[in-house]
Design a protein around this ligand. Structure first.
Ligand SMILES: Cc1ncc(COP(=O)(O)O)c(C=O)c1O
Length: 494
């Protein structure tokens, strides 16, 4: 009998470690694994499943990092006290779980520095909204949003990114997540079951799309953005893209590709979803939104999560007029729209120029952080190369060819830096890719980023001193005071 009931699908292209992680996570969330339950050692688990031990270690490391498991010396690995809200899942695949370990430098993508949120200015906008809201504003608004907010947003988007937006085509959403959900449901109702997504891309989005009943299909990305020729071969008629700043590589879609993508959409009678969640923060002169090339084929999607704060849950779609009735029909089954106070506050924040001022300051701030990180990386890990040009929130770091990416991620973790490698963003486990780290430079301070670069340099030297062939040897005793090591991790696990 196995020590732990886990299902893995060897025919799936998904990585085994990811499958184990999801299976354990699901069991914890459904309370099949209660807090405090001791899990089998990585050795036992690997033997039960017939996988290599490093696969089991990777899955456990990830679950520890996400707060689902705790590894304690002598006590093995136990299920952490996760609040599962009475049995229903508490996490969305769209966001990384928290890691509360003291001193850990968490450089995973997704985070933004909410300490920069302009509290005073937003408070003034909310106060103004409450003070001046009409009785009508305090009632039920159309689910797509208050007309005045849609009007202000349409003007703003037209001005800053050339979006062609009639106010009635603007729909306020609870972040991009809700926008994506509405669009997937609309596509399904139209009989479109496949949504092409970028490879590499956001693994959580992929899972989210699948959970909505659509099939995500991979379309590869290169340094010019999405490869439209490969997209055409997938047979999909809808695609989700990040043209301003490809997530996670930072590639900006070239003018030729933008034209080709629009031509593809027209040819297949398809739909493009332009995820512009961080376009305002991308470095350099941003090109006009893709939507401006074909407003009848492109849904523009924006969010306040990175420019203001994810906790606001404010986002917006600009929907082609032919698709609008479908989106509104779905919306009518979902909710009665967002808080009108928040909508009024957003409109006020835009109208009085605060959003422009804040975004300008934030962009400059993030750029300084990114430059400080890049320069520290140059000092401490000279063979690494920063690949992206449009980096808004994350830096795509190409590691020296030949370096084992997974080993580097593990070495960084031992030195208390939690970062994902390029493989985390790739669905196709077989595809080879140059080793890389994706470093979120938006969610932490400049000094912590410089510290992280030092640790990454040290982690690189650890890897050079411990090539992959020798990695599976027995754990060495670890000197006191040294950063948490893989040896320690293995000792805790087992
Ligand atoms: C690729 C991508 N799109 C969109 C978003 C924004 O999502 P939301 O507006 O739901 O917070 C994120 C957040 O991290 C993201 O990584």
């Amino acid at each position: 009998m196995p020590h732990l009931q886990i299902s893995i699908d060897r025919d799936s292209s998904r990585q085994l470690a990811g499958q184990i992680r999801d299976s354990v996570k699901g069991a914890i969330e459904r309370r099949r694994l209660a807090p405090g339950t001791r899990l089998p050692s990585t050795r036992q688990l690997a033997a039960d499943l017939g996988v290599s031990r490093s696969v089991a270690v990777e899955a456990y490391e990830q679950l520890c990092a996400e707060g689902y498991l705790r590894a304690r010396r002598g006590a093995g690995t136990v299920v952490a006290d996760v609040d599962t809200g009475g049995g229903s899942p508490v996490t969305s695949p769209l966001i990384a779980g928290a890691d509360g370990r003291p001193g850990l430098l968490d450089l995973r993508t997704g985070a933004t520095d909410v300490s920069l949120f302009p509290r005073r200015e937003w408070l003034a906008a909310v106060s103004d909204a409450i003070g001046n809201a009409s009785l009508r504003d305090l009632g039920y608004a159309p689910p797509s949003g208050l007309p005045q907010t849609r009007q202000v947003l349409a003007g703003y988007l037209g001005r800053v990114c050339a979006v062609e937006a009639a106010p009635e085509c603007v729909t306020l959403t609870a972040g991009f997540a809700q926008g994506l959900s509405l669009l997937c449901q609309t596509l399904l109702r139209r009989g479109i079951r496949e949504l092409a997504v970028e490879e590499p891309g956001h693994p959580g989005q992929r899972a989210f799309i699948a959970s909505l009943g659509m099939t995500p299909v991979s379309a590869p990305v290169d340094e010019h953005g999405l490869r439209v020729d490969a997209l055409a071969r997938t047979g999909a008629r809808a695609v989700l893209v990040t043209p301003a700043c490809q997530f996670p590589t930072g590639a900006r879609m070239s003018p030729e590709r933008r034209q080709a993508l629009v031509a593809w959409a027209r040819e297949v009678d398809g739909l493009v979803i332009e995820d512009d969640f961080d376009g305002a923060l991308a470095f350099g002169q941003r090109p006009p939104a893709l939507q401006s090339l074909a407003p009848e084929r492109v849904v523009y999607a924006g969010s306040a999560s990175k420019t203001l704060a994810p906790g606001l849950r404010l986002g917006w779609l600009v929907v082609p007029s032919a698709v609008l009735p479908g989106v509104e029909a779905v919306r009518a089954t979902v909710d009665l729209g967002l808080s009108t106070i928040d909508q009024l506050a957003l409109a006020r924040f835009i109208e009085n120029g605060q959003l422009d001022r804040h975004v300008r300051a934030l962009r400059a701030h993030l750029r300084r952080r990114q430059e400080a990180f890049e320069s520290a990386l140059h000092d401490h890990l000279p063979p690494a190369r920063v690949a992206n040009v449009a980096a808004g929130l994350q830096t795509y770091v190409r590691l020296p060819p030949g370096l084992d990416e997974a080993q580097m991620v593990g070495a960084a973790f031992r030195r208390n830096v939690l970062v994902w490698g390029g493989a985390h963003y790739r669905h196709d486990a077989d595809a080879t890719h140059a080793p890389a780290l994706v470093v979120n430079h938006a969610g932490t301070t400049m000094s912590r980023l410089v510290e992280a670069a030092q640790h990454l340099g040290a982690a690189y030297l650890d890897c050079a001193a411990d090539p992959p062939a020798r990695r599976e040897r027995p754990a060495r005793p670890v000197r006191a005071g040294r950063a948490r090591s893989r040896a320690q991790f293995l000792a805790h696990c087992d």
